[in-house]
Ligand binder design. Structure first.
Ligand code: C5P
Length: 240
């Protein structure tokens, strides 16, 4: 895989026009565009179609979590839309994840769509141990991350979304062919914004991230294309 393909730009904007303009600016500079709940709720699948029509790949970050049949049906639609990757909450459980994975495979084969990369979300970085205890989970964040990553793998998912802090833990537990996507990445030239667990692109890749998600360090840069190129260069430096 090309190093550039490992950079995912977070399309955290609120209009279709802004999304289209970022795709135009950054196509060829990043490997994928991440569409989250805000943009999808506002613009719907048309925004995914627009990105695909520009020849670009999509990470649909909707973090599905519902009964197995409902998540499987939503995942089938994501597969039909042609997204490159999407995610579900691993807390939805093994049955939900396995049903989802089975339906995605069946749709991809029956309808001749590429098989998307499926990711489990373990513990949100906004959740502390205290937050887990509040919902009745007495285990530590680390134990839960490892457990949910393993459940994702056992259910047949391609990988997980994980903060840099969890990379080595997940690599040790799930092996090297498990896909890990890491947000919260901050190149040396950028401010930390509100990200708590930060790491540079070079360090994230060195610690085992297959893909990194970067938003504001690119979108708020004076020259976003130069920022994206600098991030790719940092990743390249680490890969050698
Ligand atoms: O602008 P920034 O680079 O912080 O954007 C990071 C993107 O990654 C956002 O879309 C955010 O929702 C997402 N994300 C994150 N931290 C997580 C999970 C997802 O920042 N733990």
């Amino acid at each position: 895989m090309n190093v550039k393909d490992r950079l995912i730009f977070a399309l955290d904007v609120d209009t279709f026009e802004d999304a289209a303009s970022w795709v135009e600016t950054l196509k060829g500079e990043v490997g994928m565009f991440k569409v989250g709940k805000q943009l999808f709720t506002r613009c719907g699948p048309d925004v995914v179609r627009m990105i695909r029509a520009a020849g670009q790949e999509v990470f649909l970050d909707l973090k599905y979590h519902d009964i197995p049949n409902t998540v499987a049906a939503a995942a089938a639609e994501a597969t039909r839309l042609g997204v490159k990757m999407f995610n579900v909450h691993a807390l939805g459980g093994p049955d939900m994840m396995a049903a989802m994975q089975e339906r995605v495979r069946a749709v991809a084969i029956a309808e001749n769509c590429p098989l998307p990369i499926t990711l489990g979300v373990t513990v949100l970085t906004s959740s502390s141990g205290e937050e887990l205890r509040a919902v009745g989970i007495e285990r530590s964040v680390e134990e839960m991350v490892e457990r949910l990553a393993l459940l994702s793998k056992e259910a047949g998912l391609s990988g997980v979304v994980a903060s840099a802090r969890e990379l080595s833990l997940i690599r040790a537990a799930c092996g090297s062919d498990f896909v890990v996507v890491t947000p919260g990445v901050r190149p040396a030239f950028a401010a930390s914004d509100d990200q708590q667990r930060i790491v540079t692109p070079a360090a994230a890749v060195a610690q085992g991230a297959d893909y990194i998600v970067v938003g504001r360090p690119i979108s708020r840069a004076d020259d976003p294309v130069a920022a994206a190129r600098a991030i790719v260069a940092e990743m390249e430096g680490s890969i050698g």
